[in-house]
Design a protein around this ligand. Structure first.
Ligand code: TPP
Ligand code: MG
Length: 616
């Protein structure tokens, strides 16, 4: 059964726009008794046709696989194999990350014996009420397709179903096929055709023609329209189509974490980031917009500033999205379609109608763009002393990156600041996992991004907290000769959550990395002396520890010249933060508290909440 699985997977191809390629590039895995004799043997037999990649942590390998798929606009993917029990459940966080971000990854956790004869086996979770449950059932809510192969012949229906979901632009995410340890080693006379080459055509769905006409009517009547560009624009390779639409209509384009990079930062219609961590230009335009054209976005609370971003009383939405789930959000006119096809049709029709935004709208967006770009310049060059500020570091790394190099990040204070301050020049060069914002994605994701484009430098920007949580795939990057440039920003704690706690009126050290003070019993002692440089060096990375701007510039130059993975460790000012711009994020504050500052924060909270809107 395991051999049949690998033989099938190695024959799956995808094709879009006439380009055909194998869907799977190989398999990540960590072996245990749950997969070593089955899938392990199958992979040994197929060493030269289906490459095996070792990983340090199952979560990390799923992140690497997910990042690889993201950088390939979902046209290529990895499988991931684990043992049963903890090896399998270590993948849960990775599965959720992939599914939230709508990125394909095939998970093949080992499972308990189908025969049950020797149960309970090592690492089996027993439940008194049923023997038909294993820890792999936990994958159900975080997978877009889930199955368990209790008889080898079930592969014949399960694997094509898995492929349908993995290659579906609307449904893709993590797919889990649990492989019981005993069944992996069983055999079946599979029909030979099951192993023939299959090419899955990646569809470009066309919108409903009536809804398209209505959309054109809405656009033609709009006075202050605004586009939100989400990740779907990149996955559909619709950047040029978006450029054509924006240029033809003059409609400004704002960007989400997943959509940033579709238009270069200096494109005349790019008004920058929108939402809770957005900039002033996009957020002021959003506030007053009478029409939002949301393309390939999930409209998460960060994008909508917790539904406070759009204040025009008559605002309405056109959502162009392959997924019905997203197309219908905000009571939008749902253009269920591929972003590129949808944009091309819209551009054609809007051009024919002669629509173009007014001069007043154009002048406003130009002025707001200029003000925002000046603010970004200011933040990127404002020096903190004695340490560099995070904003400055972002500017310096951005300046050291070439147009098609990639920056990878996921959690902490960095994503919001990167969204504001990073100037992306090409699609795919800005790689943020901000659907799940999963600490630990950074280095593992950087590895996946590097596997996708080994000829480009990958800059991983990671906080000290995320680094401590999951940095083991540094070893994999060294093992595989897949060079990363890791920039580790040490602010001695979970800095952004420390700031968030402060903003909701809390004053504690729960988020700082300090010794416990034995007399007070609090985490208020000296900062923990964590030697990140020694840690990274011990894994085989080259390490540089600059302290100022010139030092960081030199370190980045050195890292580019280095052949292998380099970790640049630097302390950043923990207090100097990039402010918010015309935005808000709903984090409920305690309604009852003896603390004055919490009470004040609650009053502010209640006031802000009045701006939240229902879109019905
Ligand atoms: C796996 C996971 N656990 C918890 C969180 C909640 N969280 C978001 S940011 C953050 C702190 C990150 O610390 P660090 O990487 O040092 O970045 P900083 O906030 O200091 O910029 C935490 C705990 C998360 N996003 N992911
Ligand atoms: Mg930190």
């Amino acid at each position: 059964m395991a051999q049949a699985t690998i033989a099938f997977l190695s024959q799956q191809f995808v094709e879009r726009d006439g380009r055909e390629m194998p869907f799977f590039v190989g398999i990540f895995g960590i072996f245990g008794h749950g997969n070593v004799a089955g899938l392990g043997e199958a992979l040994e037999q197929s060493t030269h046709t289906f490459r095996y990649y070792q990983a340090r942590n199952e979560q990390g390998m799923v992140h690497a696989a997910t990042a690889f798929a993201k950088r390939n606009n979902r046209l290529r993917a990895f499988a991931c194999t684990t043992s049963i029990g903890p090896g399998a459940t270590n993948m849960l966080t990775g599965a959720a990350t992939a599914t939230v971000n709508r990125l394909p990854v095939l998970l093949l956790p080992g499972d308990i014996f189908a025969t049950r004869q020797v149960a309970p086996v090592l690492q089996q979770l027993e439940r008194p009420e049923s023997q038909d449950v294993s820890v792999n059932d936990c994958f159900k809510p975080v997978s877009r397709y889930w199955d368990r192969i209790n008889r080898p012949e079930q592969l014949v229906t399960a694997l094509p179903a898995a492929m349908r979901v993995l290659t579906s632009p609307a449904e893709t995410g993590a797919v889990t096929i649990a492989l019981p340890q005993d069944v992996q080693a069983e055999s079946f006379a599979f029909p030979e055709r099951f192993f023939a080459k299959r090419v899955h055509h990646i569809q470009r769905a066309r919108p409903d023609s009536e809804l398209l006409s209505t959309a054109i009517d809405w656009i033609s009547k709009s006075k202050q329209p605004l586009v939100i560009c989400g990740g779907g624009v990149l996955y559909s390779e619709a950047a040029q189509a978006l450029d054509a639409f924006a240029s033809a209509t003059g409609i400004p384009v704002s960007e989400t974490q997943a959509g940033k990079g579709a238009l270069p930062w200096d494109h005349p219609r790019n008004v920058g980031p929108i939402g809770a961590t957005g900039g002033s230009a996009a957020n002021l335009l959003a506030r007053d917009a009478d029409l939002i054209i949301a393309i390939g976005t999930r409209l998460s609370d960060f994008t909508t500033a917790s539904k406070t971003a759009f204040q025009h009383p008559e605002v309405r939405f056109i959502n162009l999205n392959v997924a019905e789930l997203d197309a219908h959000k905000h009571a939008a006119l749902p253009l269920v379609a591929d972003a590129r096809v949808g944009l091309e049709l819209l551009t054609e029709a809007v051009q024919a109608s002669g629509f173009r935004v007014s001069n007043a709208h154009t002048q406003r967006l130009e002025r707001l763009r200029q003000e925002w770009n000046e603010e970004v310049d200011r933040l990127r060059t404002t020096s903190a002393t004695p340490r560099l500020s995070q904003a400055e570091v972002i500017g310096i790394v951005n300046d050291a990156a070439e147009a098609e190099d990639v920056v990878v990040c996921a959690a902490g204070g960095l994503p919001g600041d990167l969204l504001k301050l990073w100037r992306a020049q090409t699609p795919g060069s800005y790689h943020l996992e901000y659907g799940y914002s999963c600490m630990g994605y950074e280095i593992a994701g950087g590895l996946g991004a590097k596997m996708a484009r080994p000829d480009r430098e990958v800059f991983v920007m990671v906080g000290d907290g995320s680094y401590l949580m999951l940095s083991g795939e540094l070893t994999t990057s060294i093992q595989e000769g897949l060079k990363l440039i890791v920039v580790l920003l040490d602010n001695h704690g979970f800095g952004c959550i420390h700031g968030l706690a402060d903003s909701v009126g809390e004053h504690n050290t729960f988020n700082q990395f300090r010794f416990r003070d034995q007399s007070s019993g609090l985490l208020s002692g000296e900062p923990l002396p964590i030697d990140f440089a020694a840690n990274a060096a011990s894994l085989g990375a080259a390490v540089l520890c600059p302290v100022d701007r010139a030092g960081l510039e030199a370190a980045l130059g050195q890292a580019r010249r280095n052949n292998g993975t380099t970790v640049i460790v630097l302390e950043v000012d923990a207090e100097q933060r990039v402010p918010g711009y015309e935005s808000w994020w709903d984090v409920p504050v305690a309604s009852v508290s003896p603390s004055e500052s919490v009470q004040q924060a609650r009053r502010d909270y209640e006031e802000h909440r009045t701006r939240e809107r229902w879109f019905i």
